[in-house]
Design a protein around this ligand. Structure first.
Ligand code: ZN
Length: 140
């Protein structure tokens, strides 16, 4: 598989114009994680209104794949319940690491289909989702 297939257009668009990348409010539920294999350093934050995730945002210094993943992830989970967001993240990481393709049920995040062939880049793409999972589990 070529680099062209790795860097899907949707992915490049989210890398060049990341959504929801901003300084995190001090009272946000937040978590910081890094991926030493690549050098990605990610901070993820959100507020909980009832059980709903609101104002999901990220900050930090990440490669193209990780930045695009954080950009799409923050959009995908905005407004979901903690349970729904955790389930979506689990399903996304399982698909990234597994044998099943990233189908249309993943919306924009299906753009990571080409990444599945590159195990080191799978770690970059999954980092924002692993950060979300940790924040929902520990970050209250
Ligand atoms: Zn990376």
């Amino acid at each position: 598989m070529s680099q062209d297939e790795l860097y899907h257009d949707t992915l490049l668009d989210h890398f060049r114009r990341p959504r929801n990348k901003r300084a995190l409010p001090p009272d946000a539920v937040r978590v910081e994680m890094d991926n030493p294999l690549c050098g990605d350093r990610l901070a993820l934050g959100f507020e909980l209104e009832g059980d709903g995730l609101r104002r999901v945002a990220f900050d930090g210094s990440c490669c193209a794949i990780c930045t695009a993943s954080a950009s799409m992830m923050t959009g995908a989970v905005e407004g979901l319940s903690a349970h729904e967001a955790t389930a979506l993240g689990r399903r996304f990481i399982d698909a990234l690491q597994g044998d099943r393709p990233l189908d249309a049920s993943f919306g924009e995040c299906a753009a990571f289909e080409g990444v599945r062939a590159f195990p080191l880049r799978v770690k970059c793409a999954s980092l924002p989702w692993r950060a979300l999972e940790r924040a929902l589990r520990e970050g209250r």
